[in-house]
Design a protein around this ligand. Structure first.
Ligand SMILES: NC(=O)c1ccc[n+]([C@@H]2O[C@H](COP(=O)([O-])OP(=O)(O)OC[C@H]3O[C@@H](n4cnc5c(N)ncnc54)[C@H](OP(=O)(O)O)[C@@H]3O)[C@@H](O)[C@H]2O)c1
Length: 474
């Protein structure tokens, strides 16, 4: 057996309490340690002595799974962890204390890595690799704990990739997520109210869980009581939050009255609404109509977010809140065509209806920004990349089968939706279409750019179609 020990120190510009809170859920290491592919808290509830984590580490092209246990904690001061995997055992300690000027926190890390078998025989290579990896992890941790204030801009490489369709789409996979330098969620939201639609599964449930971990009170919106209860349980277990901070709103968003009643219920429970994530969406194989007589893709992907957002607008204004509208990279395929938003059954194509409604949602987001931006509300549309969810498996089975190994998991798909609602600097992107925390172009193909006047007339059309009052106007 070979034992390698290493020590690292860093200073984070954050309070000791914040640093401890972020670190005690050690699964956040997937956000700051570049060697970690995925980490998961296995023990539901608030982390404490005995909490276990599964950590998948990338070593070159290989992945190694370690099971970590939080052995000892001195709240606000110290965390002791042991990790075990094939041929490796670790004992790691993180000690926190206020920096001399009391403006930050000094974080001391010590790691003892005991290697057996082939790993011990390769100690000559393992020693520098471990030293390098722990140094990178400490840098990543300090960066994760640093609240950034500069406005994110698109770099030239991703600008070029976006304009050349295939390389651009390659970044919709997990590659794109790992290409982002900052993947942390460390800006706590203890006083915030967040509402998430489509929170019973897929990307939406993960969005809700991450907001709850940041301390927000989260309202999960779904149409099925059992699935809602299961999602709420999952979110509480993941976040380890006060269980009363996770609430549910049961409603079918496919109806205008349903979306409006959900909005009224949310505004009653949260007169100051900090974040609304319009995440629910669907792609249907066959033509179908809702009870209101709308084609069902239109009803769920466009009309529901319109009605819900307008109904809670006063609560959003009161909180100077943010609205995140979940669109899709698929919207690049279509321009805004109001007539085509109501297809005839004979002309129906599921993919085209999906792309058109998602394009319209991007146009609507931008119009909302123009209309309500002065009232302090921030509007964004975004796309999550290609994400392995039940929705994709059902709607696009061949796509799912073919690309499954490189699809994003739901935390990767949820990342931008959480960042847009929680990060201080995301507020600077009001009105932008965002992918992987970066503003992106809304039109890549000729004839797909939307003029402000067209977006405005879409808005008027939605008002007429739904007959709902919009903020301050009957
Ligand atoms: N996954 C991707 O690769 C991808 C790519 C681009 C964009 N998106 C967008 O991301 C969002 C989430 O997608 P996902 O893949 O996570 O989808 P998903 O797995 O199908 O989940 C969709 C969620 O929306 C809810 N929902 C659907 N119809 C509803 C209705 N009438 N009333 C209330 N809730 C309803 C579902 O609730 P139930 O549990 O009741 O069904 C579910 O919670 C969608 O807007 C999708 O278009 C996804």
């Amino acid at each position: 057996m070979t034992t390698i020990t290493t020590e690292r120190r860093g200073t984070a510009p954050r309070s000791t309490a914040d640093c401890y809170r972020y670190l005690v859920d050690f699964s956040t290491c997937e956000q700051w340690d570049p060697a970690v592919y995925r980490a998961e808290k296995l023990t539901p509830g608030a982390p404490g002595p005995g909490t276990e984590f599964r950590v998948i580490v990338s070593i070159g092209p290989k992945r190694k799974t370690l099971r970590y246990r939080l052995d000892g904690v001195a709240p606000g001061e110290r965390l002791e962890l042991t990790g075990r995997g094939a041929g490796i055992k670790t004992r790691e300690t993180l000690t926190l204390r206020p920096s001399a000027d009391e403006a930050g926190t000094v974080i001391d890390y010590t790691g003892e890595f005991s290697l057996r078998g082939p790993l011990a025989r390769a100690a000559r290579f393992a020693r520098p690799a471990i030293k390098r990896m722990t140094a990178q992890a400490m840098r990543g941790l300090i960066d994760a704990l640093t609240v950034k204030t500069t406005t994110p801009r698109q770099g030239w490489a991703s600008y070029l990739a976006d304009r050349t369709l295939l390389p651009g789409e390659a970044l919709y996979t997990d590659r794109g997520y790992f290409a982002m330098r900052d993947r942390s969620h460390a800006e706590f939201m203890d006083e915030a109210n967040v509402a998430v639609t489509g929170a019973t599964g897929g990307i939406g449930r993960t969005i809700a869980a991450e907001y709850a971990r940041l301390g927000a009170r989260v309202l999960l919106i779904g149409r099925n009581a059992e699935r809602l209860a299961a999602a709420a349980e999952h979110v509480r277990g993941f976040a380890g939050c006060d269980p009363s901070k996770v609430e549910t709103v049961e409603i079918d968003l496919a109806s205008v009255a349903g979306a409006q009643s959900a909005g009224r219920d949310i505004a009653r429970r949260a007169p100051r609404l900090d974040v609304l994530v319009n995440n629910a969406g669907a792609l249907f194989d066959a033509y179908g109509e809702t009870d209101d007589g709308f084609e069902q893709t239109l009803a769920i992907n466009l009309i529901a977010p319109f009605v819900l957002t307008e109904t809670v607008m006063a609560a959003l204004v009161a909180a100077q809140g943010r609205v995140v509208n979940m669109s899709s990279g698929g919207m690049y395929a279509k321009g805004l065509d109001r007539t085509a938003l109501e297809p005839k059954p004979a002309d129906y194509s599921g993919l085209a209806a999906y792309a058109r409604t998602k394009r319209a949602l991007v146009a609507l987001s931008h119009h909302w920004y123009r209309r309500y931006g002065d009232e302090g509300v921030v509007f964004n549309a975004m796309h999550p990349g290609w994400v392995d969810t039940p929705g994709v498996a059902d709607a696009l089975p061949r796509f799912h089968l073919l690309l499954r190994p490189i699809l994003r998991d739901t935390r990767m798909g949820a990342d931008t939706a959480v960042w847009l609602g929680s990060a201080r600097r995301a507020a600077a992107l009001n009105g932008a279409f965002v992918f992987d925390r970066t503003p992106r172009p809304t039109a890549l193909l000729p004839g797909t750019a939307v003029k402000p006047s067209e977006a405005q007339s879409l808005y008027g059309w939605l008002r007429n179609k739904t007959g709902i009052d919009v903020h301050g106007l009957r």
